[in-house]
Design a protein around this ligand. Structure first.
Ligand code: HEC
Length: 201
């Protein structure tokens, strides 16, 4: 049931909208994630329609065959959070950023040695299958104990289907590296040309 339906039912019933619904639409600068009663976050379902900001790649061939994340990292920002960042240069409470891991393409055109493939456009790396989904959310109210209000989740590091919910990692697992090394409020804007473009960098 969406907000319009809720508003319609409330109007028919002659009752005021609940505080929760009003709060959601007013704070509504950015769309917020859903959480289960135990605090787990629900996996986003439409993140491949969010704003695609970049695809960092740390292949095994350049990491002694042992990259922690040898896949492409396709990164997407929830659109209303992207708009807020583009307008203000700041990540709003509620911001959601998804990172989907995508294997290098494999096949007869590709080499075992370095994972590169020779395709019609040239020799290089191409995307194969989806193999993992991570999410970060900023909310300085809900996550007031976390540095910067950022929390980090994984819905699995293997093929689909991914987990439907995830619990937050402890800050030392994820948050601390982001805090120390990312350019803009825990987010690695230095690796995302789409964000640098709206920052004017
Ligand atoms: C050692 C440093 C380090 C740790 C630890 C780390 N990350 Fe990251 N993370 C990065 C870097 C660097 C990027 C951007 C480039 C890339 O994806 O390779 C990134 C990007 C991301 C992004 C995309 C948004 C952004 O901030 O740029 C998400 C989501 C993410 N990481 C989730 C996680 C999760 C979940 C964990 C813990 C399980 C984690 N990270 C731990 C370094 C780290």
């Amino acid at each position: 049931m969406n907000l319009r339906h809720i508003a319609g039912i409330a109007a028919i019933a002659g009752v005021a909208l609940t505080g929760a619904v009003v709060a959601q639409s007013n704070s509504g600068k950015v769309a917020e994630a859903s959480f289960a009663d135990d605090g787990a976050v629900m996996a986003p379902t439409d993140y491949r329609r969010w704003v695609f900001i970049g695809a960092p790649l740390t292949p095994n061939a350049l990491n002694d065959g042992q990259a922690s994340f040898p896949e492409f990292h396709n990164v997407y920002v929830e659109p209303s959070a992207f708009d807020h960042f583009a307008e203000t240069g700041e990540w709003a409470d509620g911001t959601q950023i998804a990172k989907e891991l995508v294997m290098l393409r494999e096949g007869s055109d590709c080499t075992e040695a370095d994972g590169a493939c020779f395709e019609v456009s040239g020799n290089g790396y191409f995307q194969g299958e989806f193999v993992g989904l991570e999410l970060t959310i900023k909310d300085t109210g809900r996550f007031s104990d976390e540095p910067g209000g950022w929390v980090y989740y994984s819905f699995g590091h293997s093929g689909e289907p991914y987990a439907e919910t995830a619990q937050a990692f402890p800050a030392e697992s994820c948050n601390s590296c982001h805090e120390s090394n990312a350019d803009t409020d825990f987010v690695f804007t230095q690796f995302y040309p789409v964000l640098r473009a709206v920052q004017g960098n």
